[in-house]
Design a protein around this ligand. Structure first.
Ligand code: ZN
Ligand code: ZN
Length: 904
């Protein structure tokens, strides 16, 4: 027997241990079975469980558990990500806080060792939190993006792409984070709206004329200007193109050029062109062969500028420059201006476009097969509306900057001979007094040797003095290889043969380009096969107002706090109920309370059934033949619930699965079937009714198990003696229920619809007139046609029981008694005589009060909506809210008016 109340903490601890001990989540190569494989989006090793993990991983867990129960060889491949910049930042902060040291105090080798030590101690801690969530990962089997096998895969990819000339070294304007002091790829840059300013500056003519006025958001970069550009169609400046103007404060002359890229309407129509510090200007510069001058260095300090500003921070220099321009009479005006500022996705500092030599991957050839796969439908998106953004991104793909100037990550597998590459290598002494290679320039003559390990000697001069490239690879480089590296690629392993391609990739849409697109490209390039045919992109968990959760906003919900408070199943189920395709999830504790109530309902209903099993000898088979309407009906509802639940899983619509099972269990089964069946518990039919109850309940538990594994397992273990369960000890080892068309019964459903419809109308009347719940009433059902009354006549017992009616008169054209509440369901008129049920005077007074309130509500809302000021200036939601309130008040008025008429 189940304990009186469900104690999630105890049950979860007990079952999580049992499952791991039974190796329930392990998967092995088994050619006799169809594999179903998901590789987990590897969490960062510094991570703590957040709502994003909770949502994505719960979806994956449901799919994995369900497909296991479908009889497939389901494998959820676990692993963690080394996390590049993110991890380096965390460990740097930790060092600063605990030891007041920077990474430079430790030096590169010791710092990297510190991160490794940290990883070995706590790098898999997050999996204990994952275990708590009931996620079916085999924790004896964890991979890491920087372990030896994954490192070999990274090297192999680099080597092959180098040989194919996809990987190259290039000098480009790249995104530079001054704070993290590293390059970033385009998609690691975020764009934030900042309230900034637009300054209008005068550049005087070289000939002493007034020259030209330009508008800029970055006056500190004027010292790097290479030209002023105007649109060739701009009449105002036609005569000035080709002339020269003087950069204010710098006294250097630059030409005025014409370029289509200049927007006619922006500012004054004239733009300063600063190729070294702006991506668009860089392109203009390339077209016009302009010199590239850098005035901000990699630390964000000023260089190559008038002496006064040398060494100044870029932001201070901006202020000083504006002040000096104003003093010189060259600042024409300044305006408030909202501009999009590029920021680092890890630290949110402003990105500095920066000229430097970096490693790149040429993407156009890699993108082509991925484009074809998406266009042909071989690669499917769920929801499908992600296909076009995916294609657009691939069709406009830029080369991928893969080098990062940080220490934690896969080191670039390239070496240089100090003798042969001398001119291209720059060394500096670190704080430990060791000489370190700090900069590599192919332009100046560095010669790369691609090798995983340090080559024995230089292939050119035979020298032994070889140094490795100082940069590490973008963390997404190893992530891109994840679906193949987890199975041991480039080795030909049985796992690779059997488990690859995987079945589906489940992840948040915010990393569609950063990650999903790149896995598709690498998978196709190295294996000729898509790494997965389905991409299931889930929505972001937001707060209930639709805001992103963030620590600074204070609206973060911690999933572990919630599981401690409400139980893991409630947290899982609340997320699943809202996992509607293409929608973000507005989430609050209210969502979890609803799910917790469902879990309690399930538990209490199961306890009730178990209590009534006393004296019955199991196992009971599902009855083959049923004659009672309620039995026929519940079997139909059960069959359809299973059908829809399975469809939801197959079509990646888990909200459909969750909601269907919720309504079936709570509504159809508990509220209707068990209530109707109770009266047969004391009859000869008891065994048959109990057989239906336990079997339907047990199969519903199986259907719910992938969603709420703990509570279903706990209840099922108590029910098992009474059902003929096949398979192992755990629900996961049993088969998911199948849709059985033989159980469908349209006629029974139609009859129950009428019974339920009439019952609901009577219940509504009871509520409207405040009839005490226990009080039995009388009612009259009448229609013009005898045929319309056939069902209610046959099943008047159901209606009496469910609507608490003592005396039910059913007949054609019966008269409406006095002081009677009325309702209609289809062709049936329903009369509930109120005499003796309620205190008429009191009820009239209440209704009159309600009537007055409804009228007042209508008047005030109408008045508000008539105000021009309100309609013009109030926020949209408030107007919408007022309109809804007006509509609701009108409905209330109609209802109260009708009730008052009934009392007359
Ligand atoms: Zn940064
Ligand atoms: Zn050499």
């Amino acid at each position: 027997m189940l304990p009186k109340a469900y104690e999630p903490q105890e049950v979860e601890q007990k079952l999580a241990d049992k499952w791991q001990k039974a190796k329930l989540f392990a998967a092995h190569v088994d050619p006799a079975k169809k594999p179903f494989v998901i590789v987990i989006p590897p969490p960062n090793i510094t991570g703590a469980l957040h709502m994003g993990h909770a949502s994505t991983n719960t979806l994956q867990d449901v799919l994995i558990r369900a497909h296991r129960m479908f009889g497939e060889n389901a494998y959820w491949v676990p692993g963690t990500d080394h996390g590049g910049i993110a991890t380096q930042n965390v460990i740097e902060k930790k060092l600063a806080k605990e030891e007041h040291k920077s990474r430079h105090d430790l030096g590169r080798e010791a710092f990297v060792q510190t991160v490794w030590d940290w990883y070995n101690e706590c790098g898999n801690a997050i999996f204990n939190q994952f275990r708590k969530m009931g996620w079916s990962l085999d924790l004896s089997d964890i991979r890491f993006t920087m372990d030896e096998k994954r490192a070999k895969a990274v090297y192999e990819c680099f080597r092959q792409w180098w040989d194919k000339k996809y990987i190259y070294r290039g000098k480009r304007l790249i995104n530079w984070c001054v704070r993290c002091s590293t390059a970033l790829s385009d998609i690691e840059v975020e764009h934030e709206q900042h309230a900034g300013k637009l300054w209008y500056l005068r550049y005087k003519g070289e000939d002493g004329s007034d020259g030209i006025v330009i508008a800029t958001t970055r006056p500190e970069t004027i010292y790097a200007d290479a030209a002023i550009a105007v649109n060739p169609k701009d009449e105002r400046y036609k005569n000035m193109v080709g002339k020269k103007v003087i950069i204010p404060l710098a006294n250097r002359a630059i030409p005025i050029i014409a370029d289509e890229a200049v927007e006619l309407g922006f500012g004054t129509g004239a733009l300063k062109i600063t190729p070294a510090h702006d991506a668009t200007d860089y392109e203009v510069g390339q077209r016009h062969n302009l010199p590239i001058m850098t005035v901000i260095n990699d630390k964000g300090k000023m260089i190559n500028c008038p002496e006064k500003y040398l060494g100044m921070d870029r932001e201070l220099c901006r202020k000083e420059t504006v002040k000096d321009l104003d003093a010189a009479g060259l600042l024409v005006k300044e305006e408030k201006y909202n501009n999009a500022v590029s920021t680092c996705y890890r630290c949110h500092s402003a990105i500095e476009p920066f000229m430097s030599e970096q490693w790149f991957v040429k993407m156009d050839k890699l993108a082509q097969p991925a484009i074809e796969a998406a266009e042909s439908g071989a690669l499917q998106f769920h929801p499908a509306n992600w296909k076009n953004p995916f294609l657009n991104w691939l069709k406009n793909i830029q080369d991928w900057c893969i080098s990062r100037q940080i220490w934690w990550g896969h080191r670039i597998p390239v070496w240089y001979c100090r003798h042969c590459s001398e001119k291209g290598l720059t060394f500096a002494t670190d704080q430990q007094g060791r000489e370190q290679l700090t900069k590599v320039s192919f332009e100046d003559g560095a010669q790369p040797i691609v090798s995983y390990e340090k080559p024995e000697k230089c292939p050119v001069c035979g020298g032994h003095d070889l140094v490795q490239d100082p940069d590490v690879l973008d963390t997404w480089f190893s992530s891109a290889l994840w679906p193949i590296s987890v199975f041991g690629w480039p080795e030909k392993t049985p796992e690779m043969d059997y488990f690859y391609p995987t079945s589906v990739m489940v992840t948040g849409y915010e990393i569609l380009y950063l990650w999903v697109a790149r896995m598709v490209m690498t998978g196709l390039d190295f294996t000729g096969k898509l790494p997965f045919k389905d991409v299931y992109l889930n929505g972001i968990v937001r707060d209930k107002h639709g805001q992103k959760m963030s620590k600074s906003k204070g609206n973060v919900i911690d999933p572990l706090d919630m599981t401690a408070k409400y139980g893991t199943d409630a947290v899982r189920f609340s997320l699943l109920m809202q996992a509607v395709p293409s929608k973000d999830i507005p989430y609050s504790e209210d969502s979890i309370t609803g799910a917790r109530n469902f879990c309690n309902k399930l538990y209490n209903a199961s306890r009730f059934i178990l209590m009534n099993m006393e004296g019955i000898q199991g196992p009971l088979a599902m009855p083959k033949e049923v004659t009672e309407l309620a039995d026929k009906w519940i079997l139909d509802r059960f069959a359809h619930a299973i059908k829809t639940a399975r469809e939801g899983i197959e079509k990646y619509n888990l909200a459909l699965t969750a909601n269907t099972l919720y309504h079936f269990l709570w509504g159809d089964f508990c509220d209707w079937y068990v209530e109707l069946a109770k009266q047969r518990f004391q009859t000869q039919e008891k065994e048959k009714v109990m057989a239906l109850c336990v079997n339907i309940l047990y199969n519903t538990l199986k259907a719910l198990h992938p969603l709420i594994p703990y509570i279903t397992e706990e209840i099922a273990s108590s029910l098992r003696p009474y059902v003929a369960a096949e398979g192992g000890e755990f629900l996961l080892q049993q088969a998911y229920p199948e849709f059985d068309p033989a159980l469908c019964d349209k006629e029974a459903v139609r009859k129950m619809e009428i019974i339920q419809g009439v019952t609901r109308e009577i219940r509504t009347i009871r509520a409207q007139f405040n009839v005490p719940p226990a009080l039995k009433i009388s009612a009259v059902l009448t229609a013009k046609d005898e045929a319309d009354l056939a069902v209610v006549k046959e099943y008047e017992g159901y209606i009496k029981l469910m609507a608490k009616v003592q005396k039910l008169d059913i007949g054609v054209n019966l008269a409406k008694p006095k002081q009677t509440a009325t309702a209609v369901f289809e062709n049936i008129a329903i009369y509930v005589p109120l005499t003796g049920l309620i205190d008429f005077e009191k009820e009239k007074k209440r209704l009159e009060k309600d009537l007055a309130a409804a009228k007042a509500n209508i008047a005030s809302r109408e008045a508000r909506l008539a105000q021009e000021n309100f309609i013009k200036h109030a926020p949209k939601e408030q107007i919408e809210k007022t309109k809804n309130e007006l509509a609701a008040a009108k409905v209330a008025l109609a209802q109260v008016t009708a009730s008052l008429e009934d009392l007359a």
